[in-house]
Every structure is written in structure tokens, then in C-alpha cells.
Design a protein around this ligand. Structure first.
Ligand code: MSK
Length: 664
């Protein structure tokens, strides 16, 4: 057995780690072995916000030089991490809004509004008139209204109105309704500067406000605008893992988060002229795949195949089959430069915000996007003849089919069609106990925990226990590799969940998109809460959020905005606030008493699942729903046809088919 089986659940990554090892190439897996985490920073008790320190608050040292306590230092560090995550997501959203503005003003001729329906819906929500107006005029107003949310100084963010009324009132009463996106991030940085906010609870409450400005602000508008520009996702099939790389084609991988360039790179890869050019270089064609959330963006809308998730990035280059890895923003390892040096692969940075020393920089500009995309693709094609000259090509024959593209709009549609779309069937299924509850499983990989294991374990256990799972980010790619993002996953689902999924026609694990698309989960939760029967707030739902293998500051912002929205959130891997029992209490019991949601760091996967199920059952009991009984439902698909036809035709539908058998 390979020695790498203990560090990854992904057989392709396992094989490529062997390849890398043979060539003496170091990866994040190796570095995680010999770089031991600093125990002081790890617990959040290192303060380095001024030049008197850094102060390490360990042992007998109970305060920093300025007198800052452990609780203050730990809370300040967490607050800053949340702010950094919120800034990253929201700045991505800002770029989407700027791109929409450029399109509307005719300055980005290679783009157009692809989803006019969504544009009209968003414009109407923002109070922008649409009657008799040109598409681009509406788009201009939408872009400007979105951009205004960033710099708004007073009032509250418009997108908060998408939350249930009760939730909005909680935010208002607590004074944590964000005023403007940038304002809350800046205020966190100000509050956590030396000698300012030194009350852990006060700092953490502003952390919630800052996170809300991301979830119900920058990220939410980013998802909206991306849908407007590139289309609202609908289910489609695709494939995931290293087997998506092609032996005889030019392989280009897009990696990062923004879809602006990658959508155009896809167009360039499909351009007959470029394909012909690739053939002149000896390739049969051009194969575009993705990594991380740029992959998720292009997968969700265009079905572009995904080569892997966060910890796959270095190993994709180790196949020796990648002509160009094109990166934009976020989650891009600097180590890619070093790995690429062993191969012919060109690492191409494209964002004006993200250069990497040693990489080729071809700056993206939406005003001449297609021209730049073609230039980048040409770089890849020109590099094809260099493949295999110095290195052996090894593409693991590992891939899995998947279904992606579940937007909240489509989930509504599939539960009633165009005119009667709703969340009624889903709510009813939860109320009867066919579906025990809902879990959002999201987030990154982290080499401090075996790659993909916890994602896969948690998701399998939850669906086995009749919990419907919604996913985003690298977590979705992880379970896709295992084959759980498709109908085959029904074989692993509990009987009640299976029954509902078969009736509606969905898999038990739904891929909702990239990191910023966690806001789709907020929207689904909001619509379930307002549909009726499951309380009247997100906090009432039998639902839990999990980030089993998180690593990025963005994950902390996501976790905090789900908590502020009333959700119990569980993070795995490591506890960055372990140094303060008081901060741990404040973000669990403390936040729960204020906003109904709480954040806990639970490192044991079994305990994660157990706590999730306990919480779901607790919420069911609070709602007065029947106790979950795994044996109550479950002869899905095999209900006697006589029983089915004994029911008047107008009352027959697949959803209620089981009822004819069980007598419910
Ligand atoms: S890419 S933030 S490693 S999910 Fe969105 Fe994956 Fe986490 Fe990056």
C-alpha cells in the first residue's frame, strides 16, 4: 500500500505524490510534515499588532506589554481573520460589479448580459425600474447600486432584506446590521489596532457584523452579478479529477476564484482558429480544466471539468501534462512556481492584485478580455511541443462523473415548475421526517488533516442519516471525486432522503457553487424559513453548517456569517482560538444567546457528525416535528403500483407516492 494513502483520500493525488517524491519535488504534504505549527500562534495567543511585541501570552505571561489580556488578543486575532476573509470575498464581488458596469457602458465588448431574467429580478429587488428600459441601462444601474453598497456609510445593506424579517430584527436589535461593506472591514482593522477595542465580546460582535457584510453583502451581490453576466446555473453533468487531463491535447488549467477571465479562456479554447493552431503543434485539441473555485464557477455554468481541489494544485503540474496553469486570485500556492520549474508547465498570473515571483504575468483587462484570453491560450499551445522533453508524463486514470449547477432558483423551479416553484416539497419532507434536516458542508483542504477524508466521511454519514447536504467550494470537489455528486449517491442515502430525492429528481448532495456562492445556501435557508412549517427564521431550521477541513480566513468569515444568520457551525482541522476559554465560550454560548447560531471547533469527524445530528434533532423537537425515525420511510421506488393507481389521478404524484404504502 502506498505510504500516501494516509495523507489523502484521493487516489489520483496519492499516485502523483509518489511521482513527485521520485522526482524529489516537495509539496504542501511534505512541508506539513516538517513545518510544525507554532503552538503559540496556533492557539491565537501571539499578539503582533505593534512593535512592542510580538507578545507571546503563554505560561506565566498573562498579558502583553500593553496589558492586553489573552481573551483580547485571541478575539482580536479572530476578528482580523474574519475581516480579511470578508475583504477577499467582497473585493471579488466589487470586481464583478465593476465588470458589469464596464459591460453596460460598452467598454467590455467581449461580455454581455446573458441572464436578462436574473438582471430584471435583481434590479427589481434593488428598486431599479425596468419597464421599457434597455438591458444595458438596467445593468448600469444595478452595477452602480451594487458598488454603492461598498462605500455606504449610513443605513444598512440592501441585501439584508433577503433574510427573514425576524432575522433582520435580531440584527437591528443587536446593532450588528452592517452599514456598508468596506466600512465594517475597515472598522474591524481600526478596532483591533493597538490601544483600541479591548473587550473580547465587543470585538467579536463586530466580527459578526463584518462577516454579515460579506455574506449578505459582497458575496451575495457577487453571486447575483456573476449569474447576470454568465447565466444562472442549471443542473449539468461533468467530470472531476486528474483523469480529466488529456494525454494528446493541450491542457490548460484555470485556478483561483474569479470567472471573468476563465469564461473567456473557455471561449478561446473553443475557438476553431485556436484549435487548428493547436493541431499544427501536434495536439489533437485544447482541453480546459479547473482547480479550486475558478473550477467551480466554470463547472457550474459551462460544465468545464475539474482537475481537483486546493491540495491537488501542485500535483496537477506533477502529471507533466499541463501546458499552462492560469491563476487569478485566492488560494493559489506560491509553491506552484517551484513545482512548475521541474516541468514544462507555464504558471501564468493574471490579476492586477496577485503577482507571484517567478511566474509569467499576463494582466487581465476586461476591456480586451478575449484578446488576452487568446494570448494566454496561445502560450499554452506553444508550450505543447515541450511536453515530455524533460519529464515523464503520468496522468492517473482516475475520474468520476458528477452533477453540478444547483442554484436556489433551480431548486425552487424543480419543486413545482416555472409557475408554482416553491420550497414546499422540501419543507414538507423535513416536516414529515423523510428528510431529517439539512447540512451545508463547505470549505477547503488543509494538509494538517488527511486530504478529503473528513469531507467524505461527514457527507457520507449525513446522507446515510437522511440529512440533505448542500455543498460549495473544495468540499464539493472532494465528494465529487468519490462519486457522491451524482445519482449513484442515492445508494448511500438513508431511505427517507432517497425517496424524496428520487421523487424530485435530485441527488442527495447538491453542488451550489464556489466560495462566494455560499450565499446561495443563505438564500435557500431564507426561502425555507419563509415557506412555512419550519418556523419563521433561519435559526429555526433543523440545519447545521460544517467546514471540516478549513484553512482560509474566508472560511472564518463564512462561518461567522452563518452563525450570525442563526446557524450552528462546526469547523474541523484546528481551533485557532484554543488559547482562550472565554473566547470559545463567547462564540458558542455567547453568540447562541444573541443570534441563535454558534461556532464550535470540533476536530473529531465522528463527533462532528454526532453533534450535527443532535442539533438537527433538537431543532426538530423545538419545532414540534415528529421525532426522526430511520425506519419510518423507505420503500422508495418500490411502492406497489396497485396502491398508486388506487389514488385519483389528480392526487397522484411521485412525491406522495410513498404515502400510499405507509398510510401517512
Ligand atoms: S477555493 S477558500 S481552498 S474552499 Fe474557494 Fe477551496 Fe477554501 Fe480556497
Amino acid at each position: 500500500m502506498s505510504k500516501y494513502v494516509s495523507v489523502t483520500a484521493d487516489p489520483a493525488v496519492e499516485q502523483l505524490l509518489e511521482v513527485a517524491h521520485e522526482k524529489g519535488i516537495e509539496t504542501a504534504f511534505d512541508r506539513a510534515e516538517y513545518i510544525k505549527p507554532c503552538p503559540i500562534g496556533s492557539d491565537g495567543v501571539c499578539c503582533k499588532i505593534c512593535a512592542m511585541g510580538p507578545c507571546r501570552l503563554v505560561g506565566k505571561v498573562k498579558t502583553g506589554i500593553c496589558g492586553a489580556t489573552v481573551d483580547t488578543v485571541v478575539a482580536r486575532n479572530l476578528g482580523r481573520q474574519i475581516a480579511a476573509g470578508a475583504a477577499a470575498h467582497s473585493d471579488h464581488g466589487r470586481d464583478m460589479a465593476l465588470a458589469l458596469l464596464a459591460v453596460a457602458e460598452g467598454e467590455a465588448p467581449d461580455y454581455r448580459v446573458r441572464d436578462i431574467g436574473k438582471l430584471v429580478e435583481v434590479a427589481t429587488f434593488l428598486g431599479i425600474s425596468v419597464e421599457g428600459r434597455e438591458t444595458n441601462d438596467i445593468a448600469k444601474d444595478v452595477a452602480e447600486a451594487a458598488l454603492a453598497q461598498f462605500g455606504q456609510q449610513r443605513g444598512t445593506l440592501k441585501y439584508l432584506e433577503r433574510a427573514p424579517r425576524k432575522r433582520q430584527q435580531i440584527w437591528k436589535d443587536l446593532g450588528i446590521a452592517p452599514r456598508g461593506i468596506d466600512r465594517e472591514v475597515v472598522e474591524t482593522l481600526h478596532r483591533t489596532h493597538i490601544g483600541n477595542d479591548q473587550d473580547a465580546e465587543h470585538i467579536l460582535d463586530h466580527g459578526l457584523r463584518t462577516a454579515l457584510s460579506d455574506g449578505w453583502g459582497g458575496s451575495m451581490l457577487s453571486t447575483d452579478i456573476t449569474d447576470i453576466l454568465f447565466g444562472t446555473p442549471v443542473p449539468l453533468t461533468s467530470e472531476v479529477n486528474m483523469g480529466c487531463l488529456e494525454e494528446d491535447e493541450v491542457n490548460i488549467i484555470v485556478h483561483g476564484h474569479e470567472p471573468l477571465l476563465s469564461e473567456l479562456i473557455l471561449m478561446a479554447c473553443q475557438d476553431p482558429e485556436m484549435i487548428e493552431y493547436a493541431k499544427t503543434k501536434g495536439a489533437k485539441g485544447i482541453n480546459l480544466t479547473g482547480i479550486c473555485c475558478t473550477a467551480n464557477e466554470t463547472l457550474m455554468r459551462q460544465g468545464v471539468r475539474s482537475a481537483g481541489n486546493f491540495l491537488s494544485q501542485e500535483l496537477a503540474i506533477a502529471t507533466g501534462a499541463v501546458e499552462a496553469m492560469v491563476v487569478d486570485i485566492q488560494c493559489i500556492m506560491q509553491a506552484l512556481v517551484g513545482v512548475a520549474e521541474h516541468y514544462h508547465t507555464k504558471l501564468i498570473t493574471t490579476s492586477r492584485k496577485a503577482k507571484i515571483t517567478g511566474a509569467t504575468h499576463i494582466e487581465f483587462d476586461e476591456h480586451k478580455a478575449f484578446e488576452i484570453a487568446k494570448r494566454i491560450v496561445k502560450e499554452g499551445i506553444d508550450n505543447f511541443p515541450n511536453r515530455g522533453k524533460a519529464e515523464k508524463v503520468y496522468i492517473p486514470n482516475v475520474s468520476a462523473p458528477l452533477v453540478a449547477g444547483f442554484s436556489h432558483e433551480y431548486l425552487r423551479y424543480m419543486q413545482g415548475g416555472y409557475y408554482r416553484g416553491s420550497f414546499r416539497p422540501l419543507n414538507d419532507a423535513v416536516m414529515t421526517g423523510r428528510i431529517r434536516g439539512v447540512a451545508g458542508v463547505v470549505g477547503c483542504n488543509n494538509p494538517r488533516t488527511p486530504h478529503d477524508y473528513t469531507h467524505n466521511y461527514v457527507v457520507q454519514e449525513l446522507i446515510k442519516n437522511d440529512v440533505l447536504v448542500v455543498q460549495t467550494g473544495c468540499s464539493a470537489i472532494s465528494v465529487a471525486k468519490l462519486g457522491l455528486l451524482g445519482p449513484e449517491a442515492l445508494d448511500h442515502a438513508g431511505p427517507g432522503l432517497r425517496e424524496v430525492c428520487e421523487a424530485i429528481g435530485i441527488p442527495p448532495v447538491l453542488h451550489l457553487g464556489s466560495c462566494v456562492d455560499n450565499t446561495r445556501i443563505l438564500t435557500v435557508a431564507s426561502q425555507m424559513a419563509t415557506e412555512g412549517g419550519l418556523g419563521d427564521d433561519i435559526g429555526d431550521l433543523p440545519a447545521v453548517g460544517l467546514a471540516p477541513e478549513w484553512m482560509s480566513e474566508k472560511a472564518l468569515s463564512i462561518g461567522a456569517y452563518f452563525v450570525a444568520s442563526g446557524v450552528y457551525v462546526i469547523f474541523g482541522t484546528k481551533n485557532p482560538i484554543a488559547g482562550s476559554e472565554e473566547v470559545q465560550r463567547l462564540i458558542s454560548e455567547g453568540w447562541e444567546s444573541k443570534v441563535g447560531g454558534k461556532l464550535e471547533f470540533i476536530l473529531d469527524p465522528e463527533e462532528m457528525v454526532q453533534k450535527t445530528l443532535e442539533h438537527i434533532d433538537l431543532k426538530r423537537a423545538e419545532l414540534g416535528l415528529p421525532e426522526y425515525d430511520p425506519d419510518r420511510f423507505g420503500q422508495s421506488g418500490d411502492a406497489p403500483l396497485e396502491a398508486f393507481f388506487a389514488v385519483p389521478p389528480e392526487e397522484r404524484n411521485l412525491y406522495s407516492r410513498k404515502a400510499y404504502v405507509s398510510g401517512d
